[in-house]
Write a protein of this length. Structure first.
Length: 89
């Protein structure tokens, strides 16, 4: 799943619980922060502890107009191959 946002989540506790609970399921979450926010919470989701499988990735871009489609998808899916390998184990 790809989430593109210009701000951090407002339901942080629920979001963190959901990402942690489904880490063993076949879901990979890709968070793309667009703009000048710090996106501290989305970065935290990328590095949550206590998950046997890292099921989330994050990247930040100031302006989508400044990157190509291939760069965008490359950055969104940067952690996907590692997740897929772990899922297959």
């Amino acid at each position: 799943m790809i989430f593109i946002t210009d701000g951090d989540a407002t339901d942080k506790q629920l979001t963190q619980a959901w990402i942690t609970q489904v880490c063993r399921q076949p879901y990979f979450w890709a968070f793309a922060g667009i703009g000048h926010e710090s996106f501290a919470f989305l970065k935290k989701l990328d590095d949550l502890p206590n998950r046997p499988v890292d099921n989330a990735g994050f990247f930040k871009a100031r302006d989508l107009e400044q990157i190509s489609d291939s760069e965008f998808f490359g950055r969104v899916l940067a952690e996907y191959p590692q997740w897929l390998a772990k899922r297959r184990q």
